[in-house]
Design a protein around this ligand. Structure first.
Ligand SMILES: *Cc1c(COP(=O)(O)O)cnc(C)c1O
Length: 228
């Protein structure tokens, strides 16, 4: 089941890369394993998946303790400052940094364990009130500057969540916005390489618009059961 899904996703990634004239090695598939048991993660590791994304600090911590394979963990969810201490020791990437306050706390915790923490800034490209992320350009610039100058942070890119819609134009606009913002920041002297964008519903479009990390749960593992 997972194998079939996985092969299907790989095919779609290759096709989207072809459409965009990109090399498929430039797209990293982050398997979003939130709510899924460790057995399922082990199965995915057997298939060759190496990147896993979680959005709850406790769940991440518990899974990292149970899975000893050499894989890369991504924290993709909204992070509260009081949970930072649990996430920094185990996450290679923290995707959704959306305030200086949070960045400060990550920097502080990373310093304690002598780590340079890779982070991405979350941008609210859809302007939906229900979504997290920075909107205001001067605030984005200020936050990016803080992160770039923080000794124990490595600001590698930007992340966004598009709205849940079937309207391609709306989705594509969000991804174009994120890519343009990255280009703009790099013109200002930043060195951002990553665009974390694209989920089950929209990853093909995200790849066409330059995604370097796609975060896929449902298309790989099936529907999530939050009751369990
Ligand atoms: C759950 C989640 C995903 C994966 O969503 P799917 O639609 O199941 O692929 C991606 N990104 C974030 C931030 C998530 O919380």
């Amino acid at each position: 089941m997972i194998k079939e899904n996985y092969l299907n996703i790989i095919e779609n990634i290759n096709q989207a890369c072809k459409n965009a004239g990109r090399d498929s090695s430039t797209v990293r598939l982050v398997a979003v394993s939130k709510t899924k048991p460790v057995d399922v993660i082990r199965e995915a590791i057997q298939l060759g998946l190496k990147d896993f994304g979680e959005n709850k600090a406790q769940e991440l911590k518990s899974k990292v303790a149970q899975i000893t394979n050499d894989i890369t963990w991504h924290f993709i969810g909204h992070l509260q400052t009081n949970k930072v201490k649990d996430v920094v020791p185990v996450a290679e990437y923290i995707h959704a940094v959306d305030s200086i306050k949070l960045a400060k706390e990550i920097n502080k915790r990373a310093l304690k364990i002598e780590k340079k923490q890779k982070i991405l800034l979350e941008i609210n490209t859809s302007l939906e009130a229900s979504k997290f992320g920075l909107i205001d350009e001067s605030e984005i610039m200020e936050t990016a500057l803080f992160c770039a100058n923080a000794e124990n942070l490595n600001l590698v890119g930007l992340m966004t969540m598009a709205p849940y819609t079937g309207e391609e134009k709306i989705l594509r606009n969000c991804f174009i916005k994120l890519r343009s913002l990255k280009e703009k920041l790099n013109k200002e002297g930043f060195n951002l390489t990553e665009l974390s964008m694209g989920m089950t519903n929209d990853y093909k479009i995200a790849i066409e618009e330059g995604a370097t990390m796609i975060r896929i749960g449902t298309a790989l593992f099936g529907e999530r059961n939050y009751q369990g």
